[in-house]
Design a protein around this ligand. Structure first.
Ligand code: GRF
Length: 199
């Protein structure tokens, strides 16, 4: 059973999907939920599931490097095999993805629409298809090798809220599937390419 740390900032619906997945199916157990902000809905979910949680707010640290070091230390303390960014709204220092294999879920078909406003930007651009991406984290934002992507069509009259809800519904299936592949050591990164090994 692999040990998984999940980093969150928001409502935590992706965390909920991971908590709902059977540990045997996932091949891993969530051993820590870490948030950069107090009161994130995800923390309540962690408490409800009896998963240890930590809050590491940037404001409690002298500077960016000190905050990075505190996040790293809190995650290192639980010795995870895998780290999952499930709606983590901050950029981690470059040491982090070198230290742990780290997956991120992003609400667009990367490399289109990286950053914090992916859903609104896809709508504003007028694309017909957007979607979600699960990828390994590297030193650049929303940039690392892609594990899985799924398209979500934009519908006439869509709002960012409606579109994001449909994207999240896909994320809730795609992220646990990718985490299971990572826990089963079936993901092999070769440069920008991720090979999925057969079962
Ligand atoms: C998701 O859409 C994810 O792709 C993005 O942030 C959102 C998090 O939502 N990185 P939730 O907190 O899991 O509900």
């Amino acid at each position: 059973m692999q040990r998984i740390a999940v980093l969150v900032s928001g409502a935590g619906s992706n965390l909920a999907a991971l908590l709902d997945a059977n540990a045997d199916t996932l091949g891993g157990r969530i051993v820590l939920v870490l948030s950069d902000r107090d009161g994130a809905g995800a923390l309540a979910l962690a408490a409800g599931a009896g998963v240890p949680a930590a809050v590491v707010p940037p404001a409690d640290h002298a500077d960016r490097r000190a905050w990075d070091a505190a996040v790293l230390a809190a995650v290192e303390a639980v010795e995870p095999d895998l780290v999952v960014l499930a709606g983590f709204a901050r950029i981690l220092g470059p040491t982090f993805p070198r230290r742990f294999p780290t997956l991120n879920v992003h609400p667009s078909l990367l490399p289109a629409f990286p950053g914090a406003h992916a859903v609104a930007e896809a709508l504003a651009w007028g694309v017909r298809l957007t979607g979600c991406t699960v990828h390994f984290v590297d030193e650049q934002v929303d940039h690392g090798p892609v594990v899985a992507q799924e398209a979500v069509p934009i519908e006439p009259g869509d709002t960012a809220e409606r579109l994001h809800a449909r994207i999240k519904a896909v994320e809730h299936r795609l992220l646990p599937a990718c985490v299971a592949l990572a826990c089963a050591a079936r993901l092999v990164v070769d440069g920008r390419h991720v090979k999925i090994l057969p079962r």
